[in-house]
Design a protein around this ligand. Structure first.
Ligand SMILES: [Fe+2]
Ligand SMILES: [Fe+2]
Length: 162
């Protein structure tokens, strides 16, 4: 039976202001990804320290992402979208199902390059750059698909185009 508290929770979950928070998170994540990509776009530094530093920053991003994914999985936005528009069910299942692989991609990157110590590390630097670029493309496709589900479910223009 639906209690009044359930009904209230459902109303709160569907509040566009809370959705705005999700989208603000997406913008912030995109900024972090862009900063890392910009750092990696520079020429390879002479030693291995910078490789370990940037991989450590990518490890930080990984834990931020894990929190973000957890919020999405428990926050109810996607379920609410599907409740409002059942045809979004398959797309919602697909985006949520991408979370473990995205985290595994970063884990693999960190495991492969996090302990680079044999100078020169130019090859490792390029390796991190290539792996990160590939990750970023998958991540952006993921976020776009996720935004599309939420935007259609709530039938609102949430200023998602950036
Ligand atoms: Fe997600
Ligand atoms: Fe997301």
């Amino acid at each position: 039976m639906l209690t009044e508290a359930d009904a209230m929770a459902s109303i709160e979950r569907s509040d566009p202001a809370i959705l705005g928070h999700l989208l603000a998170e997406h913008r912030e994540l995109f900024q972090q990804l862009s900063n890392l990509r910009a750092a990696l776009a520079t020429e390879s530094p002479p030693g291995c320290d910078r490789v370990r530093e940037v991989v450590s920053a990518i490890g930080g991003l990984r834990s931020h992402l894990a929190d973000h994914f957890h919020q999405e999985e428990t926050g109810g936005f996607l379920e609410e979208s599907v409740a409002r528009m059942p045809r979004l069910g398959a797309a919602a299942t697909e985006v949520l199902g991408q979370h473990p692989q995205l985290l595994a991609d970063l884990d693999a990157l960190v495991a492969r390059f996090g302990d680079a110590r044999t100078a020169p590390c130019a090859e490792e630097w390029r390796g991190v750059r290539g792996a990160f670029e590939a990750f970023m493309a998958r991540m952006q496709a993921h976020e776009r698909a996720e935004n599309a589900v939420v935007q259609q479910g709530y039938n609102e223009d949430l200023g998602i185009d950036d």
